[in-house]
Design a binder for this molecule. Structure first.
Ligand code: AMP
Ligand code: DBH
Length: 553
């Protein structure tokens, strides 16, 4: 395919950690010289024949995965991808994810992570915002045609990226053009990736119209991966089932795929999130660890066929991404016979874990404590004043693996970070006497749909594009299964004969705008006006309360 290369430019507007802090993080050994460029080859040298990745009947040793990564890297070079180029990665949980990702790292290119659920609108934004030169997709997955999506994306951007389709890439590894000669890689050994440079752009759940990209460096991320691996007790004998989308920050790094590869363990890719699929794999592969969002964990607890499977190999079940109720948490040890680890993290940085040897009461009733003694946690009131220990307030944080700003978003950063560089998480928490965090709520304008974050403003903008929508406010509504679901309050424009659009029509409209399905509102409620606050702003608190009152009735 003929392709115009995008104009090459380095990443611009990447806020950095001030030198005074960087010096401290290096001196403490948090930041080291290691980079993702050599991460996999180092592990392959250490554990060459150990099983690294299992995907269905396909099994790959560390040496095999590293070889494939090298050949893919050489192939990318042959196709014109260069160090510093951005490459959007949209791959499902398949073995190729691992070597394609490390192939991108190998040549010093910068992955831009996206989820399989993302569609034309999101991917176009990621490609344009990052100035991507490449885009990796499966051919089809879960019945969806990603090749068609890639075609659509390349048609709508000024500088279409090189599209690499996995189905083909798998063949490429055998005989065609995205398979290169690893000797060619010598040409890109220099310039070396610097450990404090941006390694990749990670996804944020976001609170704004389009999601912001999170610049993570080799040094900061690898620190969180190493420390997480230790806290979570992963090692060579760990066999981790990857159920959540592998590119999500939780299954990637807490300790996730990277933590397991760091220590020479084995990754087993789950092809779908069904409990029955997971149970079969746990039994067959002797899985020791898995990470889930609360709705999936509850699905495991409630699965009728659980007794039919031998789940005795499972040692640790991690649950995070959204609040896990104490009632459900208590059931994990009782019914699954393994240790629960609650995980409260964010792609921007800070990750909290309950420790494996914590008292059961701590494990079930808190969301854990920070990874690092260098993580700074502040809990403040609406005026920014610290609250007494044990009281609820806004969580602010700063530390050796928390960003100081989003990529190329100066205006937004001045709101999301305080003058001292603390990230305003938007979460309402309280901290116990012994330093454990309990998540009490949220101040940010976001819906946490079972761990999938939906920015209210983004959905509102899509609905406002409909000709029959005068105004809209999107809020969360309690949901038994998801924890929260999305409800759009809409003031409709009536036609001359008094007709208004239907809820179904508006949902279909949002879907038709080319966004991930999880962003389509679950409910649409038509109203004549919105309740307003004292200063005349739409009161989302009152709208949420109206929904809760209705639910109670
Ligand atoms: P993101 O910034 O998109 O990576 O999403 C991180 C957000 O997910 C956090 O700021 C919390 O709002 C939410 N979150 C993650 N883990 C938990 C948890 N265990 N309990 C409650 N909320 C969580
Ligand atoms: O929700 C998250 O973003 C999240 C949850 C748990 C996360 O990024 C993480 C652990 O690292």
């Amino acid at each position: 395919m003929m392709r115009m290369s995008p104009p090459r430019s380095p990443l611009k507007n990447v806020p950095r950690v001030p030198e005074e802090f960087a010096t401290r993080y290096r001196a403490a050994g948090y930041w080291t010289d290691e980079t993702f460029r050599t991460f996999l080859s180092t592990r392959a040298a250490r554990y060459p024949d150990h099983q690294a990745v299992v995907d269905g009947d396909r099994r790959f040793s560390y040496r095999e995965v590293a070889d494939r990564a090298d050949r893919f890297a050489a192939g990318l070079l042959g196709q014109g991808i260069r160090p510093g180029d951005r490459v959007v990665v949209q791959l499902p949980n398949i073995a190729e994810y691992v070597w394609m990702l490390f192939g991108v790292f190998r040549i010093g290119a910068i992955p831009v992570f996206s989820l399989p659920a993302h569609r034309h609108r999101e991917i176009t934004h990621f490609v344009e915002k990052s100035g991507a030169a490449g885009y990796l997709v499966p051919e089809t997955f879960g019945g969806f045609d990603y090749r068609g999506l890639a075609r659509e994306v390349t048609r709508s951007v000024d500088h279409p990226p090189l599209v690499v389709v996995v189905g083909e890439a798998a063949e490429f590894v055998a005989h065609t053009s995205v398979d290169g000669d690893p000797d060619e890689l010598a040409a890109v050994e220099s310039p070396r990736a610097a450990p404090e440079d941006v390694a990749f752009l990670q996804l944020s759940g976001g609170t704004t119209g389009v999601s912001k990209l999170i610049p993570r460096t080799h040094a900061d991320y690898l620190y969180s991966v190493r420390a997480s691996a230790e806290i979570c007790g992963v090692g060579r004998s760990t066999r981790m089932l990857v159920v959540l989308p592998a590119a999500h920050n939780f299954p990637m790094s807490s300790p996730g795929v990277l933590g397991v590869l760091h220590t020479g363990g084995t990754i087993v890719m789950a092809p779908d999130p069904l409990a029955s699929t997971a149970f079969e794999l746990i039994e067959r592969e002797r899985i020791t660890m898995a990470s889930l969002v609360p709705p999936l964990a509850i699905g495991w607890l409630n699965a009728p066929n659980r007794e039919r499977h031998d789940l005795s190999s499972l040692e640790v079940l991690q649950v995070g991404g959204a609040k896990f109720s104490a009632e459900a948490a208590r059931r994990v040890r009782e019914e699954l016979g393994c240790t629960l680890q609650q995980v409260f993290g964010m792609a921007e940085g800070l990750v909290n874990y309950t420790r494996l040897d914590d008292a059961e009461s701590t494990i079930v009733s808190t969301q854990g404590r920070p990874i690092s003694e260098a993580d700074e946690v502040l809990v403040v009131d609406d005026d920014g004043q610290p609250v007494p220990v044990g009281s609820a307030g806004h969580l602010l944080t700063r530390g050796p693996y928390t960003i100081r700003g989003y990529y190329d978003a100066p205006e937004h950063n001045s709101a999301s970070f305080d003058a001292n560089g603390f990230y305003r998480t938007g979460d309402i928490v309280r901290v116990t006497e012994d330093g454990y965090i309990v998540v009490e709520g949220r101040a940010k304008d976001q819906i946490n749909r079972g761990g999938e974050k939906v920015a209210a403003e983004e959905v509102e903008n899509h609905l406002l594009a409909h000709h029959a929508v005068v105004d809209v406010a999107v809020v969360s509504q309690p949901d038994e299964y998801l924890g929260e679901r999305t409800c759009a309050f809409v003031i409709p424009r009536r036609t001359d004969d008094g007709e208004i659009p239907t809820a179904v029509e508006l949902k279909r409209f949002v879907r038709g705008r080319g966004v991930a399905a999880y962003k389509v509102p679950d409910a649409v409620v038509f109203v004549d006006e919105f309740p307003v606050t004292g200063v005349g702003k739409i009161s989302k608190t009152q709208l949420r309360k109206a929904l809760e009152d209705e639910l109670r009735r």
